[in-house]
Design a protein around this ligand. Structure first.
Ligand code: ADP
Ligand code: G3P
Length: 501
C-alpha cells in the first residue's frame, strides 16, 4: 500500500476540492478552486454545471501533481458533494439544459406552500423523512421542466437526465457510461422512499417528473466504474459516493447509534447516527439515509442550519468590519460580552428546528454603546445558539442526552466559538486533528470498497483529538443567555408575521 493513495473529491457549495490521503488517513496533497455563484434574482442561487465539472477535473489533476504521483497510484476515488443541488442535462450531448439550481435557492417556496395547503406535508415526511421545503431537489427539477422551453417534452422522450452533483461528476468522469447516485444523495431529493429504498412513484407523479430521468441508486461504497482518460491516462476506480454531511459523519467515525457531529461551514449541519432505525421526528428534524455499506442501510437525524460560518463572511463582505474571517475572533475578544445584543442570521429564512421560510435577519438589543465588536460577538454566538436549538430537538426526538459533540468545518478554527458552544450545550465539544472529515469520509468509503483498508475497525484508530472544550458555565449563568436568544428568535419570526410553517 505504500505507493498507493485514495483521492477524495469534495464538491462543495463554494469550491471544488481534491484531497489525496495515504494509508494512515493523513493528507498528502490538497487542491482547491472556487467557482462563481450566480444570484439571478433575490433568493435564487445558481452554479454553472460545466464550471463545477471543470474545476473538479482541474483540481483532480493538480492534486496529483502536488503529491508528485501518477493516476495509477490512486487505488480509488471517493466523491462527496453539496447535496440537493439539481442539474438536468441532455443524455446524448451531455450538455446541461439550465444552470444548476443550488440547495440554497428559494424560487420554489411558493409552490411548496401550495403543496402544504393541499395537505402533502405528512405524506412527504412519511415517505422521504424530509420536511416539505424548497431546499430539496424535487421542486427544483419540476421548475426546470416547467420553465426551460421544450424541456418537459424532451424529458418525456427520454432525452434528459437529472442528477445531484455526484451523478453529474460520475457521468462526466465516465463520459456518460454511468448515470448513478448513492442512497444518501437520493434521500435528499424528496423523491426517494427511505423505507422501500426506491424512487417513489406517487411523488414522481406529483412533481410531474418522468422516471426515465432518474439515476440508478447504488450503495455508498462499491466499485461503480472507472474514470476515462480525461485527466490522467489511467482508468481510476470510482468506489465511494456520499452527500457531504453524511461523509463527514462517517469521517468523524460516528458509526454507532447516538453519536453526533456538527459541521460548521457555510451552514451548519448536525447529524445523529440512529443506526438501522428511522426516527419519526416530532421536532422538525430530517430523517435521512446516512449510508449503505455491504447491503446494510444506516439512518441519521439531521438538523440543517442555513447560515453558520456565512455570518462571518457577511461581517467581512457585507458590513466590512473585518478583512479576513480569522479576524473575527480578535474583534469579538475586545468586548467581555455582547451587552444584550443578539443577532439572528435568518438571511434565507430559518432552517431546523423552525423551518420558517419568511423569517429574516434581525439584530436586537442595540444601545448607544453597541459597537462592531458586540455585533461580531453576537454573530459568533448565533452559530452556537442555533446549534443548541437543533441539539435540543435531537435529544428530545431520540430520547438521548449528548455526551460529546464532534465538530469539523472551517469555523471550528475559532476557539472562542467552540468554548461558547460547549458552554451553551453544557457538553464537551471535541475537535479532531483532521477537520477535513468530509473528504476523509469519502476516501474511507472508496478505500473500503477496493480493499485499500481492511475494515471499518481498522479506521477507528485514525481518528485523533486536536482539542477538547469542556463546558464551564453553571445552569444559572447559562439561563439568561438562552432566554435572550429565544426572544431574538421570536423577533426574527414576528418581523414577517408569517403563517407559512
Ligand atoms: N476563524 C473563523 N471564525 C469563524 N468562522 C470562520 C473562521 N474561519 C472561517 N470561517 C467560516 O467558515 C466557513 C468556511 O468553512 P468551510 O468548511 O470551508 O465551508 P464550506 O465547505 O461550506 O464552503 C466560511 O463561512 C467562513 O466564514
Ligand atoms: O457545500 P457545503 O459544505 O456548504 O454543504 C452543503 C450541504 O450539503 C447542503 O445540504
Amino acid at each position: 500500500m505504500e505507493d498507493k493513495y485514495i483521492m477524495a473529491l469534495d464538491q462543495g457549495t463554494t469550491s471544488s476540492r481534491a484531497i489525496i490521503f495515504n494509508h494512515d488517513g493523513e493528507i498528502v496533497a490538497v487542491a482547491q478552486k472556487e467557482f462563481k455563484q450566480y444570484f439571478p434574482q433575490p433568493g435564487w442561487v445558481e452554479h454553472d454545471p460545466v464550471e463545477i465539472w471543470s474545476t473538479q477535473a482541474g483540481v483532480t489533476g493538480e492534486a496529483l501533481l502536488k503529491a508528485g504521483i501518477q493516476g495509477d497510484q490512486i487505488a480509488a476515488i471517493g466523491i462527496t458533494n453539496q447535496r440537493e443541488t439539481t442539474i438536468v442535462w441532455d443524455k446524448k450531448t451531455g450538455k446541461p439544459i439550465h444552470n444548476a439550481i443550488v440547495w440554497q435557492d428559494r424560487r420554489t417556496s411558493e409552490f411548496c406552500n401550495q403543496l402544504k395547503k393541499e395537505g402533502w406535508s405528512e405524506k412527504i415526511k412519511a415517505k422521504t423523512g424530509l420536511i416539505l421545503d424548497a431546499y430539496f431537489s424535487a421542486t427544483k427539477v419540476k421548475w426546470i421542466l416547467d420553465n426551460v422551453e421544450g424541456a418537459r417534452q424532451r424529458a418525456e422522450n427520454n432525452e434528459l437526465a437529472f442528477g445531484t452533483v455526484d451523478s453529474w461528476l460520475v457521468w462526466n468522469f465516465t463520459r456518460g457510461e454511468h448515470h448513478i447516485t448513492d442512497v444518501s444523495n437520493a434521500s435528499r431529493t424528496m423523491l426517494y422512499n427511505i423505507h422501500d429504498l426506491k424512487w417513489d412513484e406517487e411523488l414522481l407523479e406529483l412533481m410531474d417528473i418522468p422516471a426515465s430521468m432518474l439515476p440508478r441508486v447504488k450503495s455508498s461504497s462499491e466499485l461503480y466504474g472507472h474514470t476515462v482518460a480525461t485527466i490522467t491516462p489511467y482508468n481510476i476506480p470510482i468506489a465511494g459516493i456520499a452527500g457531504d454531511q453524511q461523509a463527514a459523519l462517517f469521517g468523524q467515525m460516528c458509526l454507532e447509534p447516538g453519536m453526533v457531529k456538527n459541521t460548521y461551514g457555510t451552514g451548519c449541519f448536525m447529524m445523529l447516527n440512529t443506526g438501522e432505525k428511522i426516527t419519526d421526528s416530532q421536532n422538525n428534524l430530517l430523517s435521512t439515509i446516512a449510508w449503505q455499506i455491504n447491503g446494510k442501510t444506516q439512518y441519521a437525524l439531521e438538523g440543517s442550519i442555513f447560515i453558520g460560518g456565512a455570518i462571518v463572511q457577511w461581517l467581512r463582505d457585507g458590513l466590512g468590519v473585518i478583512r479576513h474571517s480569522a479576524e473575527v475572533e480578535k474583534l469579538a475578544a475586545t468586548v467581555e460580552n455582547t451587552d444584550g445584543v443578539y443577532l439572528v442570521p435568518a438571511f434565507a429564512g430559518l432552517g431546523a428546528p423552525y423551518w420558517n421560510q419568511d423569517a429574516r435577519g434581525t439584530i436586537v438589543g442595540l444601545t448607544r454603546g453597541s459597537s462592531a465588536a458586540h455585533i461580531a460577538k453576537a454573530a459568533l454566538d448565533s452559530i452556537a445558539y442555533q446549534t443548541m436549538d437543533v441539539l435540543n430537538a435531537m435529544q428530545s426526538d431520540a430520547g438521548i442526552k449528548l455526551k460529546e459533540l464532534r465538530v469539523d468545518g472551517g469555523a471550528t478554527a475559532n476557539n472562542y466559538l467552540m468554548q461558547f458552544q460547549a458552554d451553551m450545550l453544557n457538553s464537551k465539544v471535541i475537535r479532531p486533528k483532521i477537520v477535513e472529515t468530509t473528504a476523509l469520509g469519502a476516501a474511507y468509503l472508496a478505500g473500503l470498497a477496493v480493499g485499500y483498508w481492511k475494515d471499518i475497525d481498522s479506521l477507528k484508530k485514525q481518528w485523533l483529538v486536536d482539542q477538547e472544550f469542556e463546558p464551564a458555565m453553571t445552569d444559572e449563568q447559562r439561563a439568561p443567555y438562552v432566554k435572550g436568544w429565544k426572544r431574538a428568535i421570536h423577533a426574527a419570526q414576528a418581523w414577517t408575521e408569517t403563517d407559512s410553517k
